[in-house]
Design a protein around this ligand. Structure first.
Ligand SMILES: Nc1ncnc2c1ncn2[C@@H]1O[C@H](COP(=O)(O)OP(=O)(O)OP(=O)(O)O)[C@@H](O)[C@H]1O
Ligand SMILES: [Mg+2]
Length: 231
């Protein structure tokens, strides 16, 4: 695990009225499982938005190796409840990004890819169930499956497990860890759950206002993070 995937150098970001990230340096390696922790409002999602290129650094650089095009990024958002009337089945939702204007059906190759991902995420047996009627854990798995469809090199989980029960959390993260280990998927896991971070990640980045600390996950303790360990 020595090859860099993403290098942050002297990265700073400010909204018009607020400096959020200051002189952040981090070298994310291919295959790394990085956990990002820090109190509410410290800038974790802002950093994810910079990585997703929805925001531009105020100063400093953010460089994908070898380049952005070569590093597809998948993103699993924080749990949002989906309307019970949401019409798409789990399999159609997962394949949504394959849908082309005027050609709503999938080619057989695309269908195969969707089926493979559904099997990997253990959603195959319930693939015809309307997403709106799936459980919270199943919905998050469907988001994960959708984000894996484009074969990302980097997967971002931004508090994606925060509102799941312990069993659903473990299931989702076991799956991500398996893909991380088998396919060298690089993972950024934003969480407030320190024990969970310690269990799955190999490195941490702890953001505090205007500062940060990074290291091996074994050095991340509840004492260090203070009281912010309830997910
Ligand atoms: N579009 C925006 N304009 C101005 N300020 C913003 C904007 N988006 C976020 N902020 C502010 O920037 C700071 C960082 O927000 P961010 O969402 O990155 O925090 P976070 O670490 O993800 O917090 P949480 O743990 O609550 O998700 C917060 O003070 C927030 O209010
Ligand atoms: Mg956030």
């Amino acid at each position: 695990m020595t090859e860099s995937l993403l290098q942050l150098k002297h990265l700073s970001f400010a909204f018009p009225d607020k400096l959020v990230l200051k002189d952040l340096n981090y070298d994310l390696k291919r295959g790394e499982f990085l956990s990002i922790v820090g109190e509410n409002g410290v800038g974790k999602t802002t950093l994810m938005r910079l990585i997703l290129q929805e925001l531009k650094p105020t100063s400093g650089t953010l460089r994908f190796i070898p380049n952005r095009q070569a590093v597809p990024v998948g993103y699993v958002p924080q749990f949002r409840n989906i309307d019970a009337e949401y019409p798409l089945s789990i399999q159609d939702f997962v394949g949504l990004n394959f849908a082309k204007i005027g050609v709503p059906w999938l080619t057989s190759k695309e269908r195969q890819r969707v089926n493979k991902i559904l099997a990997e995420t253990k959603l195959f047996d319930i693939r015809r169930r309307p997403l709106g009627q799936a459980s919270g854990g199943e919905k998050q798995k469907a988001y994960l499956a959708q984000s894996l469809l484009d074969k990302p090199s980097l997967l971002i989980l931004d508090e994606s497990t925060a509102s799941l029960d312990p069993v659903a959390k473990t299931e989702l993260l076991d799956l991500v860890k398996q893909i991380n280990q088998e396919q060298q998927l690089t993972v950024i896991f934003v969480t407030h759950d320190i024990p969970l971070a310690r269990h799955y990640a190999d490195h941490y980045l702890f953001l505090t206002p205007g500062q940060y600390e990074a290291g091996n996950i074994s050095e991340l303790t509840n004492e260090k993070v203070g009281e912010m360990n309830d997910a």
